[in-house]
Write a new protein. Sequence first.
Length: 293
Amino acid sequence: MRKPGHRARAVLAVLAAAVLASGCDSIRGGDGGTGVSRPSARPSPVWNVHPDSVAAVGDSITRGFDACQVLADCPEVSWATGADTGVDSLAVRLLGRQGAAERGWNYAVTGARMADLPGQMAEAVRRRPELVTVMVGANDACRSSVSAMTPVADFRADFERSMATLRKKLPRTQVYVASVPNLLRLWSEGRADPLGKEVWKLGICPSMLRGADDLTEAATVRRQEVQHRVEAYNTVLAEVCAKDERCRSDGNAVFDYRFGTGQLSQWDWFHPSRDGQARLAEIAYRTVTEHRP
């Protein structure tokens, strides 16, 4: 066998140097020997647990309706952006009291349903917030009858449109989505108060609360249908949020919270009281500031 000549030795040296420089993967094709190249890992976006501004969208719950006086909004006790010291809102916890006053905005509207959310989101976008809070859906279920409730497909389409409105202008803004409260528990807790039941007769959430003492099969079926619709709405909120890398849902924490009459307005036994607003703020803050892998 002949020894390699000078030129052959030079070529072998160059090849050896190339292999050493590129590492072992160059021998295996970068695929661990499978013959299929692996795409480079894409880092997940970093969730900022200290956003510098907050905009809230949603319905009467976020407006603090009936928390301070009868038939009136009270945004100062809003769980999302209020300044009330007894509530300690999400904005106050994140930004401090002065920061919340300067960089906390509430675009929620009493009576709003999911169909109204795209318009609210368009208003919120103008402020360019680093975090948007969403709580909506109770009014979609609280209708004159079961048949009048918002169809789940429409609910989904309007929420997706709301998220698209946000993302078109603010691709990096974070979103916190609260689940719809448990309306069946609301009926169960509130019906124990004689005054509350009288107030409900004025037409508060009739699909669930009408005939509070009616325990017939028809009434039970009606309430279960409303409850199932709320659960379907919460599934939609979680699913749409999960598709967005900068969105966090509360994992049904609001729906699962075992509130009592102390967390309900003394005027309508439906909307959150100051204490109820504080509980919502706690859930939101815990979700927003949680460090996840």
